[in-house]
Design a protein around this ligand. Structure first.
Ligand code: FES
Length: 197
């Protein structure tokens, strides 16, 4: 073996040793880094926004996603459901959500960014029970002939329409909460973040 070959061999071993040490260091730092970025349950509980895929939600159907430990309902309203809001307008206590601290896009009849989709927290504003959906209308609903579809809280009987607007003279003082949210695409809603950036 020539002198050059010996040097090359020595340099190679040195390089191997260095990269091995570098590899160990990289692994050691990568573990906590990855752990901190994984959208774990812990992070969700702390308030991380949650993405909802609404691509499979058919008209008239509702899905629930969990955000900050709360159920968030996403209801895809049919044209008939949207038309019912005109009928309930005079019967609800705060038709434009004017008195509540809610996002600007909740301050209208449909209480939504896109009228087709209602996004609301499924917790009664009285004492925190979870209302049931009552989407059937009229006598079939069991809610009376003049029921236009909505939600009923089983605890003390508060009724809400298909925009989550509470009817007048109910125990619940306010409309259901509309959480901050925005559309990332036509089929994905981000719950918990409505920043423009
Ligand atoms: S908790 Fe809903 S009516 Fe009381």
């Amino acid at each position: 073996m020539s002198v050059d070959q010996k040097m090359d061999s020595g340099r190679r071993q040195l390089l191997v040793a260095t990269s091995a040490a570098g590899g160990v260091a990289a692994v050691a730092t990568a573990v906590p880094f990855v752990a901190s970025l994984t959208p774990s349950e812990r992070a969700k509980a702390a308030g991380a926004p949650v993405e909802a895929d609404i691509s499979k939600l058919a008209p008239g159907e509702m899905m629930t996603v969990e955000w900050r430990g709360k159920p968030v309902w996403i209801l895809r309203r049919t044209p008939e459901m949207l038309a019912s809001l005109d009928k309930t307008d005079a019967a609800v206590s705060d038709p434009e959500s004017a008195k509540e601290m809610q996002p600007e896009y909740a301050k209208n009849k449909s209480r939504s960014i896109k009228p087709e989709y209602l996004v609301t927290v499924g917790i009664c504003t009285h004492l925190g029970c979870s209302p049931s959906d009552k989407f059937k209308v009229g006598a079939d609903s069991g809610m009376g002939d003049d029921w236009h579809g909505g939600f009923l809280c089983p605890c003390h009987g508060s009724k809400f329409d298909l925009s989550g607007r509470v009817y007048k003279s109910m125990p619940a003082p306010d409309n259901l909460e509309v959480p901050p949210h925005k559309y990332l695409s036509d089929t994905t809603i981000l719950i918990g973040d409505d920043s423009k950036a």
